[in-house]
Structure formats: C-alpha cells, structure tokens
Design a protein around this ligand. Structure first.
Ligand code: PGA
Length: 254
C-alpha cells in the first residue's frame, strides 16, 4: 500500500523561534497518524537539527531538506551536500522544486545528479515536476512532465525508482491561490503513473506516492486528496499555519 503524505514546504520563511513553535503546535496536537500516513516538514537548512529533534517522539513525522547540491563534496562555498544531510540523519530532500528550476537554473540533468546523490546517501528525493501556464494553455502538460521524468529519473532501476516520491506541482498553481481541479489533478497523476508503469511495470508504479502541490489549503485538501492517484500534497503557504496544516494531515485518505 503506497504512502499518503502531507509534506510541508516552509520555503524561506519563519525564524528559528517561529519554526519551533509551529512544530510544537503540530506535534502537540495529539494526531494519530495511520501506519501508511506520513507528515514531512521541509525546513530551511539551519533548522534541520532542531526540527529533527522536535518530531523525534511523534510517529510518522519526518524532516526533509529543501535542496542539496549536485556534487558530492569540495570547493562549492555555500552549498550543502547529500552526504552532510545523511550525517545528521535527514531522510528526505526536495529536489527540483520549480522555484529552484526557475531562480537557480536547475536543469533536468542537474536534477538527475541530485537524485543520484540522495539515493547514494539513503535519502528519499521528493522529486518535483510540473508545467508552466503557457504549456498548460497549449494542452502540452503531459508531454512536458514526461520529459522531466525521463531526463531526471529514467536512468534509475526499478529498486531505485520505488524510493522516489514524486510531487506534481503545476507552476501556475503555486502560491497563486489557483488550484488544479480535482479532475485535472487526477488526470495528470494518472498519466504520470501510466508513464511510470510503461517503464517500470504496473506493480512498481502502484507503489510510488505522487503528491499534488499548488495552493493546497485546509479547505480544499480533502477533495484533492480523494482522487485515486493523488497520494497527498506538497504544501507551501498553508503549511506555515499549525491549524491549517493539521487539517491537511487529517485530510489524507486511508
Ligand atoms: P503553495 O506552494 O502551497 O504555497 O502554492 C506549494 C509549493 O511550492 O510546494
């Protein structure tokens, strides 16, 4: 049974104190996550150790980095390696968020390197894909996302691909208040699963969690997550408010 995941992406928000309070409010809410449910918090690098400690006593809550560098180690001032993340017991890392692709020129081939380094260090990549508005308006979103998957993930073998979490995030829905409809989300999630099944087989594709991201809120999460091929969400703005994110975790389907 594939995991249903509510992943918080704090992006470059919150002070240390605010982050601590947010995690305290969420872990203190008495949530009982089902065995196949998971809440993951992708926090800024300086907060990783604090966050890891904050969730350590709560079952099925995990911490993710928001990024890592595409090289193993060396003279790359200011960067953070997958090996460093592993050394502080971080088990997830967001890879290829559209903001990284857009503002930091991360290409599909750079992201393939990041995926490899994560896997080599036992870190599960939360691999983001998704199309810009003009691609959606031209009706080419499926092809666009397929190329992203092919160029960053298709070198992986069956065992490796099963360690990946995919987050489909249409760029036009991120931070805009505009969500894909449940039907739009289901359509492309099903397409992504079919593409994975063509390459890796149906059983393998059925085990891969595909999250939806883009203006998921406490008020719309349940409806979106109910779609058969939507296995939870990657949530930006609404993950910064404890009550909202708690409701989003509770909206995961069983
Ligand atoms: P949003 O961000 O929920 O604020 O739209 C989602 C994301 O960028 O992961």
């Amino acid at each position: 049974m594939r995991k249903q995941i509510a992943a918080a992406n704090w992006k470059m928000n919150l002070t240390l104190h605010q982050g601590e309070k947010l995690l305290k409010d969420i872990t203190g809410a008495g949530l009982q996550l089902k065995p196949n449910h998971q809440a993951i918090f992708a926090v800024p690098f300086p907060y990783l150790i604090m966050a890891k400690n904050a969730v350590s006593k709560t079952a099925n809550m995990e911490i993710a980095a928001q990024n890592c560098y595409s090289k193993k180690s060396g003279a790359y001032t200011g960067e953070v390696s997958a090996e460093m993340l592993q050394s502080i017991n971080i088990e997830y890392c967001v890879v290829g968020h559209s903001e990284r692709r857009e503002y930091f020129n991360e290409t599909n081939s750079i992201l393939a390197e990041k995926v490899n380094l994560c896997l080599q260090n036992n870190i599960t990549p939360i691999f983001c894909c998704g199309e810009p508005l003009e691609v959606r308006e031209a009706g080419n979103q499926n092809q666009y996302v397929k190329v992203q998957l092919e160029e960053s993930l298709y070198h992986l073998d069956k065992e490796q691909i099963q360690k990946i979490v995919i987050a489909y995030e249409p760029i036009w829905a991120i931070g805009t208040g505009k969500t894909a409809t449940t039907a739009q989300a289901q359509e492309i999630h099903q397409y992504i699963r079919t593409v994975l099944a063509d390459k890796y087989g149906r059983d393998c594709a059925n085990e891969i969690s595909i999250l939806y991201g883009g203006s998921v809120k406490a008020t719309n999460a349940k409806e979106i997550f109910e779609a058969e091929d939507v296995d939870g969400g990657l949530v930006g703005g609404a993950s910064l408010v404890a009550d909202d994110f708690i409701q989003i975790i509770q909206a995961l389907k069983s």
